[in-house]
Ligand binder design. Structure first.
Ligand SMILES: O=C(O)CC1=CCC(=O)O1
Length: 96
């Protein structure tokens, strides 16, 4: 199942820089592992913001919930999820 996920990061302004850098580094490693597994298919920065638009390819809602709620930045994010399905007018042979 494909999901469009928009994440907006809102770190507390008083979080020490070292702590923020550590969480971001852990987030990067976690997301890159999921990207290599093919579960996190796309990761795009929304220009001009501290938000991303991502496409996840997971078994079901429960797996999406597990992956997203384990994001190191999860406590500091607003997350919006939209389920996706193929568009009948798409010219692609697959959903890549
Ligand atoms: O910077 C972000 O948008 C949050 C994030 C998600 C994966 C990652 O490495 O950073």
């Amino acid at each position: 199942m494909l999901f469009h996920v928009e994440m907006t990061v809102k770190l507390p302004p008083d979080m020490p820089a070292e702590q923020a850098a550590k969480i971001k580094a852990t987030e990067k490693a976690y997301s890159q592992d999921l990207q290599r597994q093919g579960k996190w298919r796309h990761l795009w920065r929304v220009a001009g913001s501290y938000s991303n638009v991502s496409i996840f390819d997971v078994e079901d809602n429960a797996e999406l919930q597990e992956l997203v709620s384990n994001l190191p930045l999860f406590p500091y994010m607003e997350i919006r999820v939209k389920p996706l399905c193929r568009h009948p007018s798409s010219v692609r042979g697959d959903d890549s």
